[in-house]
Design a protein around this ligand. Structure first.
Ligand code: COS
Length: 389
């Protein structure tokens, strides 16, 4: 309450603790994350050292209560963290967001006490990294089309199937994933499980090479008669689809924040370059054509920030936020794509080279229109809310 009262003269209405998080993360992002961004992209290298440093700073489980070794921060502070890191390195922000929103949060929300005691402190502190297994070769946008099966045998569930495009797969020690426990029951036949990397019958398969987000790991989860103890069922049998959909509602705010950070970073680079680059005897920033592009980018970014922060605030207030999360993710992703495109345009031929970071922003931005639900799925979710269907 005191926190809310002490909202300071910040144009975004951030509380003191939210501003402290933003300033600390900005310093860390510029000092430690940005210098590695180009190299991890080029080498498709997951920056374990950055994740160790983020764990050290308490950034790996920011919205999880301190009793589970999380940061005890509000969701907006977490969203701003993702934004600030994405502003310099979207790959790092993506892996952080997948770990926090898609693993720490559902474990906090849906696990029983024993599971929380066992798993949450390690992931919320960042001692272990988490991965979330929903997508399958034949179940992407149609998440309810899950084909991985889980058959209960004695005190175990036996899982068979595969999950693809799973962020952090090769570096995670804690996984959550969905599987069908009751055939022909539709989404109500899907359950969720939490398990360790050394689960018998579980392995990591091949990973595809990516267009962007190349410093963020992804991979395939393979279940060949994988034996998951029955006590590792997350929540109740048959509720897995709903848990994973609710998880995506929150996750979409963080992908909105990620897109927002990319857009802001692309604008930062465009502003800097347009003031340095001289053509026709003056800085290109002196030309109206460039000024109009910068103005449009800045205006859209502010609108995206309002949407993202508003969705986070609704969640914090315990109000419905699914529609607003999808709106924030949809709009911010498309803003990021436009901002990255225009930033390259402003950089001209140099923008098309690997000597400048804007081509990376362009490749990374595209993921935001696809991951955690394509833009089409966001429009579908928004339409269902406004049509009440
Ligand atoms: N929160 C809670 N419950 C939800 C929910 C949500 N956000 N969305 C759906 N549900 C519930 C519904 O209320 C319904 O419950 P009842 O059967 O009790 O009424 C059940 O889940 C099935 O919902 P629905 O019929 O809407 O499911 P659909 O198969 O039509 O799927 C979409 C809905 C398309 C929205 C869903 O599959 C989706 O979000 N797909 C995209 C998946 C995605 O984002 N993948 C990216 C990879 S994850 S990194």
């Amino acid at each position: 309450m005191v926190e809310t009262m002490s909202v300071v003269e910040d144009k975004w209405g951030l509380s003191e603790s939210q501003r402290m998080i933003r300033d600390m993360v900005r310093e860390f992002a510029i000092g430690k994350v940005e210098p590695r961004a180009k190299e991890i992209d080029q080498n498709c290298r997951f920056p374990t050292e950055t994740f160790d440093e983020m764990a050290e700073l308490g950034l790996m489980g920011l919205p999880i209560p301190e009793e589970y070794e999380g940061g005890g921060a509000e969701y907006l502070g977490y969203a701003i963290t993702v934004e600030e890191i994405a502003r310099v390195c979207a790959s790092t922000a993506l892996s952080l967001a997948a770990h926090t929103s898609l693993v720490c949060l559902p474990v906090y929300m849906f696990a029983n006490d024993a599971q929380k005691q066992k798993y949450l402190p390690d992931i919320a502190s960042g001692r272990k990294i988490g991965a979330y297994g929903l997508t399958e070769p034949n179940a992407g946008s149609d998440a309810g089309g899950t084909q991985t099966t889980a058959v209960k045998k004695g005190d175990k569930y036996i899982l068979n199937g595969a999950k693809i495009f799973i962020t952090n797969a090769n570096y995670a020690q804690t996984f959550i994933a969905t599987a069908v426990t009751e055939k022909d029951a539709g989404t109500k036949g899907i359950s969720a499980f939490i398990f360790d990397r050394d689960t018998p019958g579980f392995s990591l398969g091949a990973k595809d090479e990516k267009l962007g987000m190349r410093g963020s790991d992804w991979g395939t989860l393979q279940f060949d008669n994988a034996e998951i103890p029955a006590e590792n069922l997350l929540g109740e049998e048959g509720n897995g689809f709903k848990y994973f959909m609710q998880t995506l509602d929150s996750g979409r705010i963080s992908i909105g924040a990620l897109a927002l950070g990319i857009a802001q970073g692309a604008l930062d680079k465009a502003v800097q370059y347009s003031q340095e680059r001289k053509q026709f005897g003056k800085s290109i920033a002196d030309f109206q054509a460039i000024q109009f592009m910068l103005s449009d980018m800045a205006t859209e970014i502010e609108a995206a920030r309002h949407l993202v922060y508003n969705a986070a605030r609704l969640k914090m207030a315990g109000m419905p936020f699914g529609k607003e999360a999808s709106m924030a993710k949809l709009f911010a992703s498309e803003v990021a794509m436009r901002a990255a495109t225009n930033s390259i345009q402003i950089h001209g031929g140099y923008g098309y080279t690997k000597d400048f970071p804007v081509e990376r922003y362009f490749r990374d931005a595209k993921l935001c229109e696809i991951g955690e639900g394509t833009s089409e799925i966001q429009r579908l979710v928004i339409a269902r809310h406004i049509l009440n269907t």
